[in-house]
Design a protein around this ligand. Sequence first.
Ligand SMILES: Cc1cc2nc3c(=O)[nH]c(=O)nc-3n(C[C@H](O)[C@H](O)[C@H](O)COP(=O)(O)OP(=O)(O)OC[C@H]3O[C@@H](n4cnc5c(N)ncnc54)[C@H](O)[C@@H]3O)c2cc1C
Ligand code: FES
Length: 245
Amino acid sequence: MQKSLFSIKSNDPVARDTYRMVLLTDRPVTMRSGQFVDIALPEYYLRRPISVSDTLPNGIVLYYKVVGEGTRAMSGMQPGMQLDLLTGLGSGFHPEKCRESALLVGGGLGAAPLFLLARELMNLGRSVSVVLGFNRADEIFLAEEFRSLGLPVHLATMDGSVGTKGFVTDAVAAGRPAFDCFYTCGPLPMMKAVCRALDTPGEVSLEERMGCGAGFCYGCSIQTARGPQRVCADGPVFDKEDVLW
Ligand SMILES: Cc1cc2nc3c(=O)[nH]c(=O)nc-3n(C[C@H](O)[C@H](O)[C@H](O)COP(=O)(O)OP(=O)(O)OC[C@H]3O[C@@H](n4cnc5c(N)ncnc54)[C@H](O)[C@@H]3O)c2cc1C
Ligand code: FES
């Protein structure tokens, strides 16, 4: 874990209530997919955890959805403003566990951490397919960025306006991608359905309300097949077998 000052390079809307924020700092950033940063917001006591979606030589890319006061304040921040971040938090995904081909399944903002994971898997020579689910067309983001990596992207929308109508599991059934492992991030019911539907090894990225975000307060503890675990420090990524749905 490292505490650093970052400067906002850009902070732009990319989809309904969804923003892309690029943050730069004065030293190299080393973070793995599935790890997150904890952002101190002026006038708010608790930091806000956000997954890293991509890394730059001296920076990071985040996507966030406006759901409350803190993320609303973030959406009004201008380029040049400085933010205090804890970086390198959490365990991260394990791309090296995948033998040949990976399926990435994201729901809503859960697409964000899968982008860096896709790049890591490609660097290891694995083939990657992507399935993303959203409620409606104006919520879709990152699909073109995954495609620009040369990856097949199957979309599902609940209202059927784009791609397969229904859940990500419907899009997996329709697209029939080849894979020997999967990685998923998104709403809990979606990840539960994905883990039930897919019989290969898989990893899931969980979310909990967080206090310290760094393993000290035990405020994010959950029960798992391996006993109590802190989502912020032991996770947020867990093997699918460890999650007690
Ligand atoms: C490891 C981790 C990674 C995350 N990555 C992202 C990301 O990449 N992009 C993104 O948009 N969001 C992400 N989140 C969720 C994000 O932290 C919350 O949406 C944010 O803290 C809400 O702050 P707020 O002040 O706007 O909302 P608040 O006013 O604090 O809450 C508004 C609503 O959001 C819910 N909420 C708040 N925090 C969480 C949380 N941690 N988990 C689940 N529900 C929450 C509350 O229950 C409430 O209903 C992540 C959370 C965790 C734990
Ligand atoms: S939030 Fe404090 S231990 Fe996880």
